[in-house]
Design a protein around this ligand. Structure first.
Ligand code: ASP
Length: 598
């Protein structure tokens, strides 16, 4: 290698050494008679000094250098005079006196400056992703991702897990989303699906006696991309034979704790062993099945309080079987009317009819939109239930149970942000357990699998499959942290009769079950061991580790919310011949035709 050192690695220990560096011109400053060039490579930035006395020729070339030109520089490392030390740079105690420079390629003026505090919009960043990825922050993220995956691989290998690749072209796997389809040329009129996850294949690997499997697996789901989703994403996928819920939870908790200590040691895990919450309890106390447990601000049920009052609005909600719940926001009695209106606007956006509020004033007097209804017993019950103290603000929402939970769950996070309770250096992991097996689908009038159709019911709930499906709990578990779902999995059904029963409940006819899942049902008849597993949303785990606001920041080449790759222009039209070979004709809806025809 012609390069002897990485620019970002140079330290006082290198002083006096002659080095050859390779990288990009980060910045160049002409101080009349001497030129300073910040040279950047993957390891960081170092200052290079061009003096005509050191080399006239190098100096002349340096005069022509522009941002993002790519160069070789040869020179000698020297200590900077004490007053010139730059404490903001890891290399800030040294500089390189250039003796020679070779320009390998010139750069056009980039569409945005390659700096962490880049002001460019995301569209521009994605279009020029190769420039965006030159930014130190993005390189740190990709490096963190690499170290995370590497650690996981080594850790699982040491515990007897085998990494096995499963196909990308498969028969569709139901995970609740739409499949991406791939037409088959060799089997006209037939299609492969891209895997929504390797779910069935990893279960079949357990039937095959593999015992412990994992894969860093790419998954594809053709969903409408709400906020933080990508049509393709990465899972750490895992499956184990002869295990129960505790075994899978145990392995994953140990892996997560070790991983955090190895790759983000500056982060503190709030509680080990990770606390566990039932699904019902999580919704009741935090209004979410992925609660942020870094702070309290729990939801309190105030139904019994409002029962005692003559506030008709709330009483009507309660009479219809709805709920009135509230959150105590400590110290926020200082909020102005305008600030409370802002919160009300938010909860209305989330679907609530309104936001009721009560301030506890210094003298203990209650004030606010519904304070006048809280007299005598109701007042005492209100203070007892909310534990509100002078200076606190209590915010309340009424309505149907699921809506109240959702709205207050979001409001809780908003308050957590405003009160500075969401410390980025803390990871509050928790396991959510005791999920219902089924979820009633109002629109379709049928049961859906809450996790997926292969999840096992709890043994003690098996009889209820016939009588009361809504009450059947699943052997399922989710790992959450800081308000994110990081992983989810379950113990699987491994008996044909139980699997068939569940398909029936899901409204999948025996014929259709045979047609879609015949291979699974058949496999269960050849000595399928009990098994279970989990999958981590790897992008999300790295996002949380990196303190990034969305997963696009930890994916090298992500797509936009409308599924477009702005850099390459995918998806795009293809040649008519390509379609003909696949026996495919494109039939656009009328509106699209109007806009896409020349
Ligand atoms: N296949 C499941 C998912 O993608 C995870 C699992 O059950 O292991 O969510």
């Amino acid at each position: 290698m012609r390069r002897t050192h990485m620019a970002g690695e140079l330290r006082p220990a290198h002083a006096g050494q002659r080095v050859t560096l390779a990288g990009w011109v980060h910045r160049s400053r002409d101080h009349g008679g001497v030129i300073f060039v910040d040279l950047r490579d993957r390891a960081g930035i170092v200052q290079v000094v061009f003096h005509p006395q050191t080399s006239e020729e190098a100096f002349r070339i340096a005069e022509t250098l522009r941002a993002e030109d790519v160069v070789y520089v040869t020179g000698t490392v020297q200590m900077r005079p004490p007053e010139m030390v730059n404490p903001k740079l890891a290399t800030g105690e040294v500089e390189v006196f250039a003796e020679a420079v070779e320009v390998l390629n010139r750069s056009r003026t980039p569409p945005f400056v390659i700096r962490d505090e880049v002001a460019a919009g995301e569209e521009l960043r994605l279009k020029y992703r190769y420039l965006d990825l030159r930014r130190p922050r993005m390189q740190r993220n990709l490096h963190l991702r690499h170290r995370t995956v590497k650690f996981i691989r080594d850790w699982l290998d040491a515990r007897g897990f085998w990494e096995i690749e499963t196909p990308i072209l498969i028969k569709s796997t139901p995970e609740g989303a739409r499949d991406f389809l791939v037409p088959s040329r060799l089997q006209p009129g037939k299609f492969y699906a891209l895997p929504q996850s390797p779910q069935q294949l990893k279960q079949l690997l357990m039937v095959a006696g593999i015992d412990r499997y994992f894969q860093i697996a790419r998954c594809f789901r053709d969903e409408d991309l709400r906020g933080d989703r990508q049509p393709e994403f990465t899972q750490l996928d895992m499956e184990m034979a002869f295990v129960d819920e505790e075994d899978v939870i145990g392995v994953n908790e140990a892996l997560m704790v070790d991983l955090v200590r190895a790759v983000v040691p500056h982060k503190r895990i709030q509680q080990v062993p990770f606390p566990r919450l039932s699904y019902a309890e999580a919704l009741e106390r935090y209004g979410s099945d992925k609660p942020d447990l870094r702070f309290g601000l729990e939801l309190v049920d105030l139904g019994h309080v409002w029962h005692q009052t003559d506030f008709r609005v709330f009483r009507a909600v309660l009479a219809e079987g709805g709920q009135v719940k509230g959150i105590r926001a400590p110290g926020l009695a200082r909020y102005s009317r305008k600030q409370i209106d802002e919160l009300e606007k938010l909860v209305r956006q989330w679907g609530a009819h309104g936001l009721a509020w009560v301030k506890v004033q210094e003298g203990g007097e209650l004030q606010g939109s519904v304070a006048r209804f809280l007299a005598d017993g109701a007042r005492a019950a209100f203070l007892e239930a909310t534990q509100a103290e002078p200076g606190d603000l209590v915010l309340m929402v009424a309505g149907e149970g699921a809506l109240v939970a959702d709205v207050l769950g979001r409001l809780r996070l908003e308050l957590g942000d405003r009160l500075g309770l969401r410390d980025p250096d803390v990871l509050a992991f928790a396991w959510i357990v005791d999920f219902p097996l089924f979820e009633w689908n109002e629109d379709e009038g049928r049961w859906d699998a809450m996790h997926h159709p292969f999840t096992s019911p709890k043994d003690e709930d098996l009889e209820r499959l016939e009588t009361d499906p809504g009450q059947v709990r699943a052997k399922a578990y989710d790992l959450v942290a800081n308000g994110w779902e990081l992983a989810g999995g379950s113990i699987r059904i491994h008996r044909r009769d139980v699997q068939q029963k569940v398909f029936e409940l899901l409204n999948i006819s025996p014929e259709r079950a045979q047609e879609r899942f015949g291979h699974m049902l058949e496999a269960f008849e050849y000595g399928a061991p009990p098994h279970g597993g989990i999958a981590w949303g790897l992008d999300r785990v790295v996002m949380v580790f990196a303190d990034e606001p969305n997963i696009r920041e930890v994916i090298a080449f992500p797509k936009t919310a409308s599924g477009v790759d702005l850099m390459t222009g995918a998806p795009s039209e293809v040649d008519p011949e390509q379609l003909a070979e696949l026996y495919i004709r494109v039939v656009l809806p009328e509106e699209e035709k109007a806009t896409s025809e020349p």
